[in-house]
Design a protein around this ligand. Structure first.
Ligand SMILES: [Fe+2]
Length: 199
């Protein structure tokens, strides 16, 4: 089964800046994502995207919400329509005339699967946070106090340990850091500092 999208352009430039409200995103997630673990993953990636956009990229509240919305919705179709993963949410957002950069970021979050290269900052950071966030969450679950007191050293050790969260691609993480020009240590520190608050 190929999830290749077979196209390189997404949305319409005349819809630049169009977003959903937080309430609309939450309704969509509740309708489309029945798996609570997957929903938490999207809340975490969305939270990281929004926080990074504001604190590191120094973007406005408006732009930070676009980043956050890309994270919140990037896997929205995975739970109920795995054979249409990425395609379904992209087409849905296009039908709602949503911002093309946001749709593009979702389309490029797994370039090996969807055939769309991460190009913009939003694309690259979504790709970078996606896999690493999941691994860090798995690490938090095995610690008695979760993210509290978590240190970079322990997280780095888990990343090197290939049998830990074995479904998380270390190659994707390495590739994403290189493309985003952000060190793995910086991302790990950022996730330790923020991820615990996204629920
Ligand atoms: Fe994901």
């Amino acid at each position: 089964m190929s999830l290749h999208l077979g196209r390189k352009t997404f949305g319409d430039i005349k819809n630049a800046g169009n977003v959903l409200t937080e309430e609309q995103v939450s309704t969509l997630l509740n309708e489309w994502v029945l798996n609570e673990r997957l929903k938490l993953h999207m809340l975490q990636v969305g939270g990281l995207m929004g926080a990074w956009a504001k604190k590191v990229e120094n973007l406005s509240e408006t732009d930070a919400w676009r980043w956050k919305m890309a994270g919140l919705l990037h896997d929205a179709d995975w739970d109920q329509w795995p054979d249409q993963h990425c395609k379904k949410i992209i087409e849905h957002l296009e039908s709602l005339n949503i911002d093309p950069e946001l749709i593009r970021a979702i389309a490029s979050h797994g370039h090996i699967h969807f055939g769309v290269e991460p190009v913009t900052r939003m694309d690259k950071m979504l790709y970078a946070f996606d896999e690493l966030s999941g691994l860090m969450h798995a690490y938090s679950l095995m610690r008695p106090n979760g993210y509290e007191g978590m240190e970079r050293k322990g997280a780095m050790k888990r990343i090197k340990e290939k049998t830990f969260a074995a479904n998380v691609s270390r190659e994707d993480i390495r590739d994403a850091c290189e493309r985003a020009e952000v060190s793995l240590e910086t991302l790990v520190d950022f996730i330790i500092a923020h991820q615990g608050s996204f629920k």
